[in-house]
Design a protein around this ligand. Structure first.
Ligand code: FE2
Length: 301
């Protein structure tokens, strides 16, 4: 596993102010005010200068997922594997790296067309989180052992086998477990971990998605913080996509709510941490221990 963590996301929004209101007042993230030539807004959740870059766009959706590498050598080795396997990538300029607060990065598309930004050398500014919603902390580190990433992202990959091979053999993630989705004949999710204890950092769903991402996940420290977020979402008129429930694989007790523009955000606590030395990939056709009843907008109206 050469990927350290999923460090940040770049999200396109047709209404960046609405996204910022949602990010700050519902999720409890903190704006990191910065000048940006592209008009992007930045949301932070910990020591990192930002975890979410919200960029003005003509449509809504995920622009790119930033995957962190431990150092220049591991990063370069990954680029060498990409080149050897015939995958194209573009090295970012110094200005583009500075915008992302990294030493260096390269952009590439996975076999499903999801854009990845492979980087190393995040510049931390150690500004404390002051959540406008009073969230004490997000779970992004574990016992001083390092970064767990912002959470996780589930990406669409209709040819899931080809995409999984690309991630596990070239990019450097490990397969954690495989879900055959109940009630969705033949559809699967492959959950993959980085080199940190979070049960999964990136997952692949075996179908397309118009927003380029099936959902993203943020983790807080306890059930009360999930409950408080549920209250804030309800007060703000935010749609709840899935009711409170607990996943079987990563143990996450969570709800799913919809961000402006439609990206599903899982907000949970109690996520499983794993010792990868003693892990074997498992299979299941159960996604939830309980709960997570879905309510897709427009389906039952
Ligand atoms: Fe999730």
């Amino acid at each position: 596993m050469s990927v350290s963590a999923i460090g940040y996301l770049r999200i396109a929004s047709t209404d960046t102010q609405a996204w910022m209101n949602f990010g700050c007042n519902v999720l409890g993230l903190m704006e990191a005010p910065r000048e940006d030539a592209g008009g992007a807004r930045f949301l932070r959740m910990d020591d990192h200068p930002f975890r979410f870059m919200i960029e003005p766009g003509d449509s809504d959706g995920l622009l790119a997922a930033g995957l962190e590498f431990p150092d220049a050598a591991a990063w370069q080795a990954t680029l060498d594997r990409l080149a050897a396997a015939g995958h194209e990538f573009t090295q970012g300029s110094e200005d583009e790296a500075a915008r992302r607060c990294v030493k260096a990065f390269a952009t590439t598309d996975d076999p499903a067309g999801n854009t990845l930004e492979l980087y190393w050398g995040r510049r931390l500014d150690y500004q404390p989180l002051v959540s406008p919603a009073g969230v004490p902390a997000f779970v992004t580190t574990w016992k001083q052992t390092g970064d767990l990433g912002f959470g996780h992202a589930v990406l669409p990959a209709p040819d899931i086998e080809a995409a999984t091979t690309y991630y596990t053999e070239i990019i450097g993630t490990g397969l954690t477990d495989i879900l055959s989705i109940p009630g969705m004949d033949g559809m699967k999710v492959h959950f993959m971990h980085a080199n940190n204890p979070r049960q999964h950092s990136v997952a692949l769903f075996s179908g397309p998605h118009p927003l380029g991402v099936v959902h993203i996940m943020l983790e807080v420290e306890n059930m009360d913080e999930v409950g408080r977020a549920m209250d804030r979402a309800k007060a703000a008129g935010v749609h709840t996509l899935a009711s409170l429930g607990r996943h079987v694989n990563d143990n996450m007790c969570s709800v799913y709510i919809l961000a402006p523009g439609g990206i599903a955000v899982e907000y949970g606590y109690d996520g499983l941490l794993i010792d990868w030395e003693n892990h074997a990939c498992t299979y299941s056709d159960e996604g939830d221990l309980w709960g997570h009843e879905y309510d897709f907008p427009g389906v039952n109206e």
